[in-house]
Design a protein around this ligand. Structure first.
Ligand SMILES: Cc1cc2nc3c(=O)[nH]c(=O)nc-3n(C[C@H](O)[C@H](O)[C@H](O)COP(=O)(O)OP(=O)(O)OC[C@H]3O[C@@H](n4cnc5c(N)ncnc54)[C@H](O)[C@@H]3O)c2cc1C
Length: 426
């Protein structure tokens, strides 16, 4: 495909997209609809299926299957006549205009766009990087979650204790959706057992069920969950968590995570331990890490201007303040004039202005400034096909909101399905 493209078009510029995040998915779709002659497109992505954050928690709860909440980057790239390099970018050499990849040869560029997202910060807490399961990268997180669910299915009687570290929107949504899924698994087991032998079986079951327990503990360093949302939203979610039996540990700063070195003993199946600054300690089977977003180190190391947390500083046109031929969007970008929370909704909104400014840059036309909205509507799924709407001081909870959120998310994913095939994958 690439060779064909080279024969039929004069290649003037090479636009390289790093990361198949939400903004780049939109950019690719728009390049497919409105291609720019003479521009060669390459996507460097470490995955071929990019998770859509809006549906991820409900996927954990089992409401969506894998395909429903993942964007197929291969067909999207084919639609955009874009070559895919399946690899991780690990550095940028600005002297030679090369993106250095983990395993494949470097990729030269004229124009670069970065949409690689963020990962929860772990490095400052001893043991977290080794023993905790970060919510991102999503593929690793989902692999761990799926493994836990299959262990649960194979050993349903085994007590399970999960710790979630981080009480922002991600941690709260994960806690509720994980609990919902574990509850479903337990319900399924009870129904299956119900089909078995009658009286004696029931007695045995009751004995077993007494031991059946899955606990979820949510650790948060602040006094209140979900900073950035209004008081009513915070309070309501706290009530929901408590009413569902999720154990909240507020004002608890996790300062270390350890693996317990002992022989596996069915009496003590837990094998990790959490230590808090207050002296609180908890043994648990799995620790999920959903703390504040952090940026990949190689961004700053490459020489790009970055904020104090390592995110690429961009102007109102999503252009790097230090390197005019670099654009960035989504979590990895820090708009210097419009700081915003790291949320998928902003990455999605930046897709169109990013596309337009990449095209304008290539056509040597003036760039168009863009200001993200000050407030946004957050729809927080509570794991039971209900959702809470949060915007400014507004809060509303309803089952209808879940169906609305479901409709919005499916509409978004619909944009990337059933695309004509025309491209190339390396
Ligand atoms: C548990 C959890 C739940 C969340 N729920 C919501 C929600 O309901 N709504 C919401 O708005 N936000 C939610 N968020 C936040 C949301 O996930 C992010 O804000 C959003 O995904 C950012 O999109 P992005 O385009 O910046 O990057 P991402 O969606 O993270 O995409 C980045 C892509 O780049 C790839 N990549 C990364 N590094 C490299 C590299 N070096 N080389 C090549 N490819 C690379 C990744 O594999 C990924 O496919 C949640 C976050 C978490 C942790």
């Amino acid at each position: 495909m690439l060779e064909h493209f080279e024969r039929t078009s004069v290649i003037v510029k090479h636009l390289v997209l790093i990361g198949g995040g939400h903004s780049h998915a939109i950019v690719l779709k728009m390049f497919g609809i409105k291609p720019l002659p003479g521009v060669r497109l390459t996507l460097i992505s470490d995955v071929l299926h990019a998770p859509y954050s809006g549906m991820l928690p409900a996927h954990v709860a089992g409401f969506y299957n894998y395909d429903e909440c993942h964007i197929d980057l291969r067909s999207l790239a084919e639609f955009a006549r874009c070559q895919i390099v399946v690899d991780r970018a690990i550095a940028i050499d600005f002297n030679k205009n090369l993106v250095i990849c983990q395993t494949r040869p470097p990729v030269n560029f004229d124009l670069l766009s970065v949409d690689i997202g963020s990962t929860p910060a772990t490095l400052s807490v001893p043991g977290a990087a080794e023993y905790a399961i970060a919510a991102k990268p999503v593929p690793e997180f989902l692999a761990s979650w799926n493994q836990l669910i299959s262990e649960r299915q194979n050993h349903p009687q085994k007590p399970l204790r999960i710790a979630i570290v981080g009480g922002g929107a991600g941690g709260v949504e994960l806690a509720l959706n994980m609990q919902s899924r574990l509850g479903k698994e337990e319900g399924r087991r009870k129904r299956e057992e119900g089909r078995g032998k009658k009286e004696e079986g029931r007695r045995k079951r009751e004995e077993k069920l007494e031991n059946l327990s899955s606990e979820i503990h949510l650790f948060h360093s602040g006094a209140e969950l979900m900073q950035g949302h209004n008081q009513r939203v915070r309070q309501r979610l706290q009530e929901i968590l408590i009413s569902r039996g999720i154990q909240l540990h507020l004002k608890e700063k996790v300062c270390a995570v350890k693996k317990i070195e002992r022989e596996t003993n069915p009496q003590f199946p837990t094998d990790h331990q959490i230590f808090c600054k207050s002296g609180l300690e908890l043994e648990c089977d799995r620790i999920f890490w959903v703390t504040q977003a952090s940026a990949a180190n190689w961004i700053r190391e490459s020489g790009l201007a970055a904020d104090s947390n390592g995110f690429i500083q961009v102007n109102d046109c999503l252009q790097s303040v230090s390197h005019p031929n670099v654009f960035a969007a989504g979590d990895i970008a820090a708009m210097v004039n419009h700081p915003r929370p790291k949320a998928g909704v902003f990455a999605v909104r930046q897709g169109k202005p990013l596309f337009e400014n990449l095209q304008h840059f290539l056509l040597e036309k003036p760039l168009k400034p863009f200001a993200p909205q000050e407030q946004y509507l957050g729809l927080i799924g509570t794991g039971n096909k209900r959702a809470i709407a949060s915007r400014g001081n507004f809060m509303w909870e309803s089952r209808l909101l879940w169906y609305w959120k479901d409709w919005i998310d499916r509409q978004f994913m619909q944009k990337f399905s059933n695309l004509p095939k025309t491209g190339d994958t390396q």
